[in-house]
Design a protein around this ligand. Sequence first.
Ligand code: FES
Length: 211
Amino acid sequence: MVKDKTHVTDSRLGERTGVPAVKKGTQDPMEMDPMPEGSTPFQAPELSTRREAFWLAAGWGVFGWAGLTSVGMLVRFLFPGAPFDPAQVFSAGAPEQFPNNTVSEAFKKSNQVWICNQEYEGQQILFALSTICTHLGCTPNWLDGDQKFKCPCHGSGFYANGINFEGPAPRPLERFRIFIGDDGSIVVDKTKKFQQEKGEWADPDSYIPAV
Ligand code: FES
């Protein structure tokens, strides 16, 4: 005789014993046999998929961050003197602030420009010189005692007028557009540059006659 109703799952046996058969899959979970000790609990496949998706996303995030950081470091290594946030057009003050035969470093840090008042091809002129070395982009130092720019990276030297004369730099420093603004002060426009080796230093936008 069958005493436990929940174990009667065969309809024919139910008919013989008078106990109504219980349909497979409709048993009350509370009455089911407990899980054998030491067995692995059942894990919903959906939860597992979510976990995998999370770790996959986290992995790609770390990979992307590492990639971007590496590229940034590579750019900094190749072009250590390259400015990342330059002001393109700025006022440099009255021309009188820049006496003859001087190099002003007032805008070197903030705008990556030297304002020079030097003689070039027999004319005393004011011009805005780029602080980016034409070899690999380092920032040269102005050595007032030697009256020259000297690049600390590979030793290139430039005269006060920007012409290269020693080291691996293949060409002179570049000039930027310079003019006198409506208020009489010097304006430097870095969106336009002039290269000596292309004959562009003859362009009147590349200098102001000194007073
Ligand atoms: S970057 Fe200036 S000499 Fe190389």
